[in-house]
Design a protein around this ligand. Structure first.
Ligand SMILES: C[S@@+](CC[C@H](N)C(=O)[O-])C[C@H]1O[C@@H](n2cnc3c(N)ncnc32)[C@H](O)[C@@H]1O
Length: 227
């Protein structure tokens, strides 16, 4: 069954939140008002009907089209969306309730603070799809992808775990390849065919297709596959 996010009117949204939201809390001298909490642990009963920790993570889930579609296609796996814009999170929580999708949840959180609330080797897939609203070089410091974040991705992924990423910004693509190469522990390949990609399209990806905007999709293994 398809989800219709737009049954619930989307609130007015800024393209991104205040600049401090993209800086890890430990690097800020004081905690700014309106900074999302940085939990060390989460009671999964508060987010998922079955009380089980998520095995899929949608980082920067935005309006949640992908999150909802993936959840519907994998009803026996929990998926958690992380999103830094609070208004969007509150709206998406309402959509998830309206659509009654018990295996999807969204957390108001800035991923630059790592993933301490997830156990090591507990996640099957991390989706980092069109995530960073900071294509300009002068905003480089606000980009979330970094070696410490990749360390966190590698820690929480199980040995067969996969990282999927995509972007329509050539600068961000080059930046992502650079950080991945610096980290050096993921084995990555670009994916062209939808049948090979195997996961639903995101809202941004659909917009790219409608507008004829080129983009790249990459799948990375935590452990290199033996073919
Ligand atoms: C361009 S949208 C893409 C949304 C969705 N993944 C898609 O492909 O349609 C990027 C989203 O990532 C979120 N985001 C950016 N930086 C983030 C961060 N540090 N932590 C969590 N979410 C973040 C933004 O607020 C925005 O909603």
């Amino acid at each position: 069954m398809a989800c219709n996010q737009r049954k619930r009117p989307l609130p007015r949204l800024r393209q991104h939140g205040s600049a401090y939201l993209y800086i890890p809390l430990h690097q800020l001298r004081v905690r700014p008002p309106g900074y999302p909490s940085v939990p060390e642990q989460i009671d999964w009963h508060e987010l998922f009907a079955n009380g089980v920790a998520p095995v899929n993570l949608d980082v920067g889930c935005g309006e949640g089209g992908f999150l909802l579609r993936f959840a519907r296609e994998h009803p026996y796996e929990n998926i958690l969306g992380l999103e830094v814009r609070k208004t969007l999170v509150q709206w998406l929580e309402g959509v998830i309730r309206d659509e009654q999708i018990p295996n999807a949840a969204v957390l108001w959180y800035s991923v630059v603070n790592g993933l301490r609330f997830l156990e090591s080797s507990s996640v099957r897939r991390i989706f980092y799809l069109f995530p960073d609203p900071w294509p300009k070089k002068r905003h480089h410091k606000r980009r979330a992808l970094s070696v410490p974040l990749l360390q966190e991705f590698a820690r929480v992924l199980c040995p067969e775990g996969l990282l999927f990423w995509a972007t329509d910004s050539p600068d961000l693509e080059a930046y992502h390849w650079r950080v991945l190469s610096e980290f050096g522990q993921f084995c990555c390949e670009t994916v062209v065919e939808d049948s090979d990609w195997g996961i639903p399209l995101t809202d941004r990806e659909q917009a790219c297709r409608r507008g004829g905007i080129p983009y790249v999709r990459v799948r990375c293994w935590k452990r290199c596959p033996v073919f």
